[in-house]
Design a protein around this ligand. Sequence first.
Ligand SMILES: Cc1cc2nc3c(=O)[nH]c(=O)nc-3n(C[C@H](O)[C@H](O)[C@H](O)COP(=O)(O)OP(=O)(O)OC[C@H]3O[C@@H](n4cnc5c(N)ncnc54)[C@H](O)[C@@H]3O)c2cc1C
Length: 527
Amino acid sequence: MKEFEIAKKIGKELTEAELKEAAAKALGVKPEKVGQTVVVRRSVDARQEILYRYRVQAYREGEAYEPYQIAPYQDVHQAAPVIVIGAGPAGMFAALKLLQKGLKPIVLERGKDVERRKVDMAKLSTQGVIDPDSNYCYGEGGAGAFSDGKLFTRSSKRGDIREVLHQLVAFGAHPDILIDAHPHIGTDRLPEIVKNIRQCIVDHGGEYHFDSRVTDIVPGDARSMPGMTGGSETDRKGFTVYCGEKQYSAPKVILSSGHSARDIYELFQRKGWALEAKGFALGVRVEHPQWLINQIRYHGKHQPFMPTAEYAFVQQVEGRGVFSFCMCPGGILVPSSTEDGTVVLNGMSNAARNSKWANAGAVVQIEPGDQPAEYEGPFALMDFQRDIERSMFRYVQEHGGKHPLQAPAQRMKDFCRGIVSADLPKTSYHPGALSAPLHELLPEHVALRLRRAFPQVDRQMHGYYTNDALLLGVESRTSSPVRLPRDPQTLEHVDVPGLYPCGEGAGYAGGIVSSAMDGINCAEKCG
Ligand SMILES: Cc1cc2nc3c(=O)[nH]c(=O)nc-3n(C[C@H](O)[C@H](O)[C@H](O)COP(=O)(O)OP(=O)(O)OC[C@H]3O[C@@H](n4cnc5c(N)ncnc54)[C@H](O)[C@@H]3O)c2cc1C
């Protein structure tokens, strides 16, 4: 097998004949001696002419090519149970791995199934009513279900990303995600995939319980449970997990409750189980007109058939990283608060990425110790995060806000110059924006670094620094501000054998794919 690269103008089809010819050249054989050709990667090259660059594997005639195979899911109706708390990417992929290992996942999810969840999210945007169990972060599919569905991860160390991508395709994602350098699914396609995953788990004997917020986790004697006759002493002790009055028992628990489940962190503190403050990133959502980003990224050569342009940046300002986060090309801004009295924003896009706007977080890395001195202990950064979210809400309410989730906002250049904007451009954010001094509402060290970073970004992306860009507060749920420490080998919580803190909420992942891979890794350790 030989790998080679071939480029083609975007909009023109790469034909079989062209592939064969290029493969023959790479292998040094005649075209009729070429066997399988497999495109393994496709990326946009907009440096000069706008091209797709393809990375291709070429096999000689007769040479074996083994496509990736998903391990079979087993029937687990009678198998030993494992409780999975949370049906986000970490929980869903942990449950799928449990099926493959012949263990029975019992998934407990505080929110509703993905269909009923849509109704609550509509109420959130139109009326500002936050259901504390069903919102943009909580419910089947977790924070990843109504998102852009970007599927990148920077960490190949965590495992084989193909395991996640191939399963997503098997459950309904477009096969292009297997080859695109920056794959994404889109919020209009994700719910169906999430439903198909659940159907597979239930069909094979796993259980899903919605409207089941976990209120307590009690390690205890579970010898009478089905499938509990063998195993180690720890296995036989097991856990009883409470969702109010309802209770479930299993030898092992995977805790994948996401970075917003502050009640779970509080439960750990009450129990005296270790947790620690962890850095996160804080800033604003920036919204530009998408045509402007297309113009910048494609140097004025964008055509409607080209992929909607995206961007990313990283700057160092005064010893801290300032970076773009979770960019949504052709997307919209959404209210992602989980608690009343707070304003938090995030972004999502449809598969076609065809809205008029481009949004992304612009955030500053916050390390333990960066917060004011009054915030202490393992919740120092979580409390700091929550207070900033509350201050955004308060500002709007005290200044004539018309919607409970309206966001304080400022034009980009006005923010950098410290001027309240006289008017605001249109925004995709349904609850609306209210002109506000974001440069004062954000912590000083965050505002200062953002004010320095935006003109610097313009040097790489000329046109980015403009008063047509709107900043909205606040982008604060970038990753978990708390870590649940675990043994690096067994992945069990350091104080609670048999309990696996997992995914973004445990502080070991960030984003859909890395959370899914962490779910797979934790399930792998369960038996
Ligand atoms: C609007 C939005 C857009 C995003 N876009 C992207 C993107 O394009 N690409 C990307 O990689 N990442 C994106 N993210 C981040 C991504 O969604 C998360 O990194 C990922 O979902 C984390 O997975 P997880 O399974 O660890 O946690 P979560 O997805 O947060 O799932 C946790 C689950 O646990 C449940 N839960 C919480 N507490 C309890 C409890 N006490 N009892 C029972 N259940 C509980 C929650 O309801 C939730 O379903 C986005 C996030 C948001 C909010």
